[in-house]
Design a protein around this ligand. Structure first.
Ligand code: HH2
Length: 345
């Protein structure tokens, strides 16, 4: 049965990695209508998604990440007056560097510096303003923390290029490199990129987002972005993909995407997830933005269990604890002598 569907182009080979272009959630929906026929296939897809996709080492500036050894934590340094959770707190170079040092001391593996808020309803920022905010901060953090990879959160080619000249190693573009000039700039800079999924633009993206099948559509749109990148000279091996939690998605869309996050592994690129302090966590817990660290850590843990290779967070110590517990449980060996790999001493 799987072979028949493969014949219809459901699976496409790329090198030795098979890419499923239709997600398990679509099949799950069909299986409700046609339970007997499709159920075994959804289980097959679940098993496929649960497979350890062995990703090659991923280089970001001074560090090479082996995500098979565990996820990386990206700490957020927002140098904006209006970010939704920390706007206005780190707007001087000194405050931003001090915050960066705290995040790294707490266990951040890399830092993401942003000079434009992308919260729902945010207005775009002029290039000059964004440059003034991020360039001196990246320069100062690069000098203070030379071994720490730096990402710049921008969708503007000029900001990307000046940020890389100032010491950034990764371009994090929440618009998914949809601007051809940005894509060409990333290729010319020769740095890796994060391609995030977003419907529309921040000012309007939360006005009743509609999907027929959020997982399939996000998967498909990310695959298209990856193919556009490959055609322009940006290999998939240099890209992180991100479902864009909160970007043109309802609370239910976000929760369902996280539930089925494993489907994204089928894109053949490491998955980055940013849930930190976002509104959907407030909807679930009833907590205001400043009291969402616990909810954020739980969602980061779920994302990692779903196969995320990197989580983008504000609350690094809480996230580190959550990930340490996930790891300890997931690798627990102490089930008694029957379970011991080596005989007890
Ligand atoms: N979320 C935000 C910003 N950048 N980048 C990626 N790759 N993934 C995300 O989920 C993501 C992101 C929004 O969070 P924050 O930076 O805290 O807020 P603001 O956009 O208001 O500055």
């Amino acid at each position: 049965m799987l072979a028949e569907l493969v014949g219809d182009g459901w699976l496409g080979g790329r090198g030795d990695a098979a890419v499923v272009r239709w997600s398990a959630s679509l099949l799950e929906r069909w299986s409700e209508a046609d339970a007997v026929e499709v159920r075994p296939l959804t289980q097959a897809f679940d098993r496929l998604a649960a497979l350890e996709v062995r990703l090659p080492p991923f280089e970001i500036g001074p560090r090479t990440f082996d995500f098979s050894q565990g996820p990386a934590v990206m700490g957020v340094v927002n140098v904006t007056p209006d970010s939704f959770s920390d706007g206005g707190r780190y707007t001087t170079v000194e405050a931003a560097v001090a915050h960066a040092q705290l995040l790294v001391a707490a266990g951040a593996d890399l830092l993401d510096v942003g000079g434009e808020s992308t919260r729902p309803g945010a207005d775009p920022v002029e290039t000059e303003v964004e440059l003034r905010r991020v360039v001196p901060v990246i320069e100062a953090i690069a000098a203070a923390l030379p071994g720490v990879p730096l990402s710049v959160d921008t969708s503007k080619p000029l900001v990307a290029s000046r940020a890389v000249a100032a010491g950034a190693h990764l371009i994090n573009d929440v618009t998914g490199l949809r601007d051809q000039a940005m894509l060409q700039m990333v290729v010319a800079l020769g740095v890796p990129a994060c391609v995030m999924h977003m419907r529309g633009e921040p000012r309007t993206m939360q006005r009743e987002p509609v999907y027929e099948d959020v997982v399939s559509e996000v998967l498909d749109e990310l695959e298209q972005a990856l193919m556009r990148g490959e055609a322009a000279g940006l290999p998939r091996s240099r890209v992180l993909v991100d479902p864009g939690i909160g970007f043109g998605k309802s609370v239910d869309h976000n929760l369902f995407l996280l539930r089925r996050l494993a489907d994204l592994k089928l894109l053949g690129a490491p998955v980055l997830v940013g849930t930190s302090r976002k509104a959907f966590l407030g909807a679930v817990t009833g907590r205001p933005v400043e009291a969402r660290a616990g909810a954020s850590a739980a969602s980061a843990a779920m994302a990692v269990l779903g196969g995320a290779s990197m989580v983008r967070v504000h609350d690094v110590p809480q996230t580190r604890d959550a990930l340490a517990v996930v790891r300890a449980i997931a690798t627990a060996q102490g089930g008694g002598s029957r379970f011991s790999v080596t005989s007890a001493a």
